[in-house]
Design a protein around this ligand. Structure first.
Ligand SMILES: C[S@@+](CC[C@H](N)C(=O)[O-])C[C@H]1O[C@@H](n2cnc3c(N)ncnc32)[C@H](O)[C@@H]1O
Length: 218
């Protein structure tokens, strides 16, 4: 796999036992196809923080003391860089080396350090009880990812999760209609039923119907 300088692949000591991975491993061709698709989308994007941090992130982290944070499907690094600028020690994971390289350059320009990891989240798992905060924005994996997130949180650690919700009707402006990539109403809290839900809503965010969850590991 091509890895840009400063970006690590999955480190051996970051992998949890097989018990948490899917029984049926993902076809490597699908990993390659996902990576190529996202690399193509990120090719030529500027190495700047292009968007505002998600409102849900700002709302639910401003009062938290900084600790170790893990941003999954980090894209161009908006969330990871925002957290790092506020004193969090951030690890960020994505399947796209080109996206990660762009994010790393943006972080360098802003004078913050993030650990960038190129990996397929369908079968990547962080260490047990390692993070105070896990963030996921605009990415859905219904497999074992919710339980891997719960496992990597320390007691008292929180997960912030926001992604697309199925349209209620055609009046919703949404380009995301594949059922595999959108949540059903009430589904996100069920995926995290092992955690205590502190806040949840289903709302229009920037013209998209989103489900947003904050949960804590007891
Ligand atoms: C819609 S973007 C969201 C990026 C970022 N979280 C944000 O909100 O701007 C989805 C991200 O998921 C990443 N992705 C897609 N499939 C993945 C997989 N199997 N493993 C890891 N990352 C994946 C893509 O590379 C892309 O950066």
């Amino acid at each position: 796999m091509f890895l840009a300088e400063g970006i690590s692949s999955t480190a051996g000591d970051e992998i949890m036992p097989d018990a948490t991975t899917d029984a049926t491993p993902k076809n490597p061709l699908m990993t390659t196809a996902d990576r190529e698709r996202w690399d193509a989308r990120y090719t030529g994007r500027s190495a700047t923080v292009e968007s505002e941090p998600p409102e849900w992130l700002v709302r639910h982290t401003t009062e938290l003391p900084p600790g170790r944070a893990l941003d999954l499907a980090c894209g161009l690094g908006t969330t990871a860089i925002w957290l790092a600028e506020r004193g969090w020690q951030v690890t960020a994971v994505d399947i796209s080396p080109i996206g990660l390289e762009t994010a790393r350059t943006a972080a360098d320009r802003r004078g913050v350090s993030v650990e960038w990891i190129a990996a397929d989240l369908d079968d990547w798992a962080p260490a047990l009880a390692a993070f105070d905060l896990v963030t996921v924005f605009r990415f859905l994996d219904r497999g074992t990812l919710p339980e891997r997130i719960a496992a990597t949180l320390r007691p008292g650690g929180r997960v912030l999760y926001e992604t697309f919700l199925a349209p209620e009707s055609d009046e919703w402006i949404s380009h995301v209609r594949n059922p595999a990539f959108v949540l059903q109403p009430g589904e996100l809290p069920r995926l995290f039923s092992g955690l205590r839900i502190l806040d949840y809503d289903e709302a229009a965010v920037n013209g998209e119907r989103m489900a947003r969850l904050l949960a804590v590991k007891m």
